[in-house]
Design a protein around this ligand. Sequence first.
Ligand SMILES: Cc1ncc(COP(=O)(O)O)c(C=O)c1O
Length: 455
Amino acid sequence: MPQPIITGPTYAEMRDPSLLPASVRHAAHHADEMDPRNLWRINWHLADGQINHLCFPPALTGVACNIIVLLGRHFPSGSHKVGPAYVTLAEAEVLHGLRPGDKRVIGPSTGNFGIGTAYISHLKGYEAIVVMPDNMSRERYERIQRYGGALDLTPGTESDVILTLERTHSEYVSNPDYIVLAQFELLPNYRFHRHVTGGSALSVAAPYGNGQVAAFVSAPGSAGTLAAGDEIKAKFGDATVVALEPWECSTLYDGGQGQHRIEGIGDKMVTLIHNLLNTDFVMLIRDDETVRGVKLIEEGAAALAARGIADEATIAPLQGNFGMSGICNVIGAIKTAKLLGLGPDDNIVTVATDGFDRYPSVMDELVAREGAPDDERYAAWAESIFLGADLSGVLDTRSGAEKERLQSMKEALWTRFGYSEAYLDGMMTPDFWEAEYAKIPQIDEAIRALREPLS
Ligand SMILES: Cc1ncc(COP(=O)(O)O)c(C=O)c1O
């Protein structure tokens, strides 16, 4: 039996939550996790109105420019992936008449989008099924189940996500009992990150250096987050956008298809919603370095202080804020600073999608593999992983030939799932992306029209 819609914010309100009444914001930040009022805090801002971020300490980066990291762990459900889940479901409600109880919600994912799907579905009164690989960190399955989501597991790990895509299409896409939040192919994911993450990236950088954004760095899973780069380029035309991949699964770089340990990225595909026109460089990052980097941040502060690399007070604010993909992004930002020769006036923005809470089991596995690190090993990691990040594994993708190579990979995959050549070709023109982005005011109007006035 269809139920009334539980409404939430518009794109504009997620980009700038000060558009919401203070009472709505306050209630959202103080509600129990399972309370639908949490929908109103799907944005990058903390309760005090500040954008949640940190500057990665120069003692660890070794570069002069500011590396500003947007922190995703304080989004409801613990990662910013909840944003694309929310907007995809909200667009289905306001544009296509979906109502709670009509259909079950499907979230194809490697974890965080699935967690977000289960969480949003719970708040908005839908049943959810998350389609994901069966070998991800245990913390992910626990969260999905805590939010009442069911699991449909496909074999493998992060880099077997293509199997989840196949399962999603074969079982759910054309079955009218389901609504699929297809993060790899639906444009709400693009809209959310271009408008909300991109807008927040521009605002967060304004007080630093020259106030501009010289580069945006992000390791794509769905490539939603990378869309923030489009918004940054719309304001600063010379900005550079860098996509990162695991060295062990270098799909965009050279078609590599290996297994890797950086959960959430490196999904062995060119996703449909990836605007290839705006990706300037692809860089490779070693997966073990990201796992060790997380361990170093969480437990190596005393060792870094003892060796005179960084004092404990410098490392403390980083703790809890990084998983492997966040560390991957920081290493990529350091490489980007070196590649572009950036100085103290320049800003690079990147993201930490989630926090450490999802990865204690990954740290246990690291210790089981390599033994517990001592001070000497921690210091060596700081030198090699962060300070020693070099320019190996860097590919310039600005040429027409590179765009065509990546576009043919996109076409080879997505025509299999029923997308036409004409639609795919359209994605090679900026107009396609601008037209998708330009839908936001109309969607926002439809969201406002369906909800009670806010007070
Ligand atoms: C931990 C983590 N990092 C990075 C990403 C990649 O973000 P996007 O899908 O926006 O490219 C994801 C996506 O699920 C993730 O879970």
